[in-house]
Design a protein around this ligand. Structure first.
Ligand code: PGA
Length: 251
């Protein structure tokens, strides 16, 4: 049985005080939640102070990015070991905003995925097609390419530790959520890819989250689909009530 993982991707939002307040509010509101895994991914600068707020609670801590190289001359980057050093368990990699705004290739994402695994982090690896790609019928090709590129050289044992987030780019921050059927179709396709590349035993344990305009009102229907094992939540993770609404809807 795969445990659901509900992760908040705060993106480039909050300031120090509001970040700590949000974390404190969530910690109190979620203290009795034991049925699902919860994580929050603040901006890098606030990971450590937010981590102090949620330390010892049932809320996991993640970063939104990390670099693949070991410490050295890489101005502006963060080593994976720095993330674990301040308490991170998760790191989001290959988010569409990094792929499309920052121009990250699957090759770079792959280097980061392998570095994250080597550092003991759980990578949350995002894949997903653009609207134009969906409309031209290449959804599966795009997701297959991103999957194979991002996980190249990752062993079966390590694959089991990864989380995949299927995030159709057209559904991110747009309020245009994929239907549960559209999402399930891609999740099933992705699980089939894992089975093909790594065997069914691995495919059965890897969690595949859905992301893109998830909120309390649509979470239950999405997450009741057999291959949808959680949610990566942007906008609705920035308020205690909205995030708790999702968690409570799927407990
Ligand atoms: P959204 O973002 O929930 O605001 O659509 C999801 C994401 O990008 O992870």
């Amino acid at each position: 049985m795969r445990r659901l993982l509900i992760a908040g991707n705060w993106k480039m939002n909050m300031k120090l005080e509001s970040a700590k307040e949000l974390a404190q509010g969530l910690k109190e509101a979620a203290k009795d939640v034991s049925e699902v895994d919860i994580a929050i991914c603040p901006p890098s600068l606030y990971v450590e102070p937010v981590g102090q707020v949620v330390a010892g609670s049932n809320i996991g801590l993640g970063a939104q990015n990390g670099y693949f190289e070991k410490a050295g001359a890489f101005t502006g980057e963060l080593e994976m070991a720095m993330l674990t050093d301040v308490g991170c368990q998760y790191v989001i990699l290959g988010h569409s905003e990094r792929r499309h705004i920052m121009g990250e290739s699957s090759e770079l994402v792959n280097q980061k995925v392998r570095a994250a695994l080597a550092a003991g982090l759980t990578p949350i690896v995002c894949v997903g097609e653009l609207l134009s790609e969906r409309e031209s019928g290449v959804t599966n090709d795009v997701n297959r390419r991103q999957f194979d590129g991002s996980f190249s050289g990752v062993s079966a044992e390590d694959m089991k530790k990864c989380v995949i987030a299927y995030e159709p780019v057209w559904a991110i921050g747009t309020g245009k959520v994929a239907t549960p059927e559209q999402a399930q179709e891609v999740h099933e396709f992705l699980r089939g890819l894992i089975a093909d590349r790594y065997g069914q035993e691995v495919a059965d344990v890897v969690r595949i989250q859905y992301g893109g305009s998830v909120k309390a009102g649509n979470a239950k229907e999405l997450l009741s689909k057999p291959d949808i094992d959680g949610a990566l939540v942007g906008g609705a993770s920035l308020k205690v009530d909205a995030f708790m609404g999702i968690i409570n809807a799927v407990r």
